[in-house]
Design a protein around this ligand. Structure first.
Ligand code: C6P
Length: 425
C-alpha cells in the first residue's frame, strides 16, 4: 500500500505480509482439482478468465462455516446468527481492504460483475440519465458491460457511444477524448479485456471523465484476480468484480461505489434486510450497504470470498502479477512462433489472456483437440461479440492464465497446437 493511502477504517486489519517468494509448485498443492487426468493426460487448466479453480483454504472455509456457524444474518439474537453475521461482515471488511475502499459501507455484495453493473445501470442510471444524455463504453467490452447500458439508454432515450480500439486492441484515447462531452453522464470500461487481455489506463480514463463531469464504472472482472487494486488511487466511482474468477465461489461478487453516490441512489431491489422500517404507507430504507442487499444474502459465499481474497493477499498481488506477466510473455513468444497462428490482441499492456486464431481451422476444433490432450481453453466469442466483429472473425481460441500455471503447461499448450496443425494438415 502506498504511504499516501487514506487510513483504513478501524474494523479492517492491515493486509497480511506476502510470503517471501512465489513458489508455484507449493501454490499448486493448494488446488486439489489440478491433480487429475483428463482424457488420459494430466489436466492443464488454461480457462481462468472464465473461472478460476479454488484453493483448499476456500473449500475448507465453506465446510467449516456449514459445519459450525450456518444461520441467517442480521436477524437472529441467537449465537449462530451472531457468528454468521460476524463472518459475513468480516468478508465485507476484507473486500474493503482488498480494494482499499475508504469504508466497508462502500462494499455491496452482489452475485457477480453482471449484477453489479445492472445495479448501477438500474439505480444510478435511471435517476441520472435523461433523453439525449450519453453513456460511453468501449469496443472491447464484455456483453455484461454493454447490454445493461443499452437497456438503460433505450428506456431513457439516451445514446450509447462506443470508443473504438486499434488493430492491436488498444483503446483509442484520442477518440475517447473526442467523444467525451458535457452530455456524457457515465463511462463504463473494462480494466482488463477478457477477449484481448488489454489492460486499460483506468486512472487516465477516470481523470478525463471527471473533467467532463461524468462518473466512471470499472468492470474489474479480469483485473481483480491478477493485479493490486486501489479504488481510491484509481478514483473510479464504481468498481465491479466476481469472486469466482478470483479463486472463490460462483454466486458472489462485489460492487464498490463511492459512499456519496451510493447514498443518493435508490435501492435496486426491495425486500427483507434492505429496510429500516416498513408500513403500508411508507418504507424507510436501511443504511449503506444494506440498502442494496435485499433478501437473504449468500453468507457462505462471503465467507469464501473472505478466504479467497486473503489467499491472494498472502501470496501478494504484485507477485501474482509478476508470475502471470512472465507466463504471458513466454506464451506469447511460444504460441506466436507456431506457423499459421495469429494472435488477436497484441496491446503492449496486456494481462492474463492469449487469444488466437489458426489459418483455416475453426477455434472450436482447436478447443476440442486440445481437450483430448487434457488442455482446457475457451473457444467462441467470449461474450464479446463486438470484439469479434471488430477483428472480422467469428471466434477465437483463448488460453487464460492463473496463479498456479507453469511454463511446462505453456509448453504442453504449444505441443497441443502443433497436434492441431498435424490433424488439419
Ligand atoms: N467473463 C469469460 O470467459 P460474471 O458472469 O458476472 O461473473 O462476469 C461477467 C464478466 C464481465 N466482464 C468481464 C470483463 C468478464 O470477463 C466477465 C466474464 C467470462 O470471459 C465468462 S463470459
Amino acid at each position: 500500500m502506498s504511504t499516501q493511502a487514506k487510513p483504513l477504517s478501524p474494523a479492517v486489519a492491515p493486509p497480511p505480509r506476502p510470503a517471501a517468494s512465489f513458489d508455484v509448485e507449493a501454490v499448486r498443492r493448494d488446488f486439489p482439482i489440478l491433480f487429475q487426468q483428463v482424457n488420459g493426460k494430466p489436466l492443464v487448466y488454461l480457462d481462468n478468465a472464465a473461472t478460476s479453480q479454488k484453493p483448499r483454504q476456500v473449500i475448507e472455509a465453506v465446510s467449516r462455516y456449514y459445519e459450525r456457524d450456518n444461520a441467517n444474518v442480521h436477524r437472529g439474537v441467537h449465537a449462530l446468527s451472531g457468528r454468521a453475521t460476524d463472518a459475513f461482515e468480516h468478508g465485507r471488511a476484507t473486500a474493503q481492504r482488498f480494494l482499499n475502499a475508504a469504508s466497508a459501507s462502500e462494499i455491496v455484495f452482489v452475485r457477480g460483475t453482471t449484477e453489479a453493473i445492472n445495479l448501477v445501470a438500474q439505480s444510478y442510471g435511471r435517476v441520472h440519465l435523461e433523453a439525449g444524455d450519453e453513456v460511453l463504453i468501449s469496443a472491447m467490452e464484455h456483453h455484461s458491460n454493454i447490454v445493461p447500458w443499452q437497456m438503460l439508454c433505450e428506456e431513457k432515450r439516451a445514446v450509447l457511444r462506443v470508443i473504438p480500439i486499434t488493430d492491436r486492441g488498444e483503446l483509442r484515447m484520442d477518440e475517447y477524448e473526442r467523444l467525451l462531452s458535457r452530455k456524457t453522464r457515465l463511462v463504463a470500461i473494462a480494466h482488463i479485456s477478457n477477449a484481448l487481455g488489454t489492460l486499460n489506463p483506468v486512472r487516465e480514463i477516470v481523470a478525463l471523465a471527471h473533467d467532463a463531469g461524468a462518473v466512471v464504472l470499472v468492470d474489474g472482472a479480469q483485473a481483480a484476480p491478477r493485479m493490486k487494486l486501489d479504488v481510491q488511487e484509481l478514483d473510479c466511482d464504481f468498481y465491479a468484480f466476481s469472486c469466482h474468477k478470483a479463486y472463490g465461489p460462483m454466486g458472489i461478487g462485489v460492487l464498490y461505489g463511492k459512499a456519496a453516490l451510493l447514498d443518493a441512489m435508490p435501492p435496486y431491489q426491495g425486500g427483507g434486510d434492505m429496510i429500516a422500517s416498513v408500513t403500508f404507507e411508507k418504507t424507510v430504507y436501511n443504511k449503506l450497504p444494506h440498502k442494496f442487499e435485499a433478501g437473504t444474502p449468500n453468507v457462505a459465499g462471503a465467507v469464501a470470498l473472505d478466504a479467497a481474497l486473503l489467499y491472494l493477499e498472502r501470496l501478494g498481488l504484485e507477485r501474482i502479477a509478476a508470475h502471470e506477466d512472465e507466463l504471458l510473455a513466454y506464451a506469447t513468444d511460444t504460441v506466436s512462433a507456431i506457423p499459421g497462428v495469429q494472435l488477436i490482441g497484441t496491446a503492449p499492456r496486456k494481462s492474463g489472456v492469449l487469444s488466437f486464431v489458426m489459418e483455416n481451422i475453426h477455434p472450436h476444433d482447436i478447443g476440442t483437440i486440445l481437450d483430448q490432450e487434457g488442455i482446457a481453453i475457451r473457444t467462441g466469442h467470449h461474450c464479446a461479440q463486438p470484439v469479434m466483429s471488430r477483428f472480422g472473425i467469428p471466434a477465437t481460441a483463448r488460453a487464460s492464465f492463473g496463479l498456479y500455471n507453469t511454463r511446462e503447461e505453456i509448453d504442453a499448450l504449444a505441443r497441443g497446437i502443433e497436434r492441431v496443425r498435424e490433424v488439419f494438415a
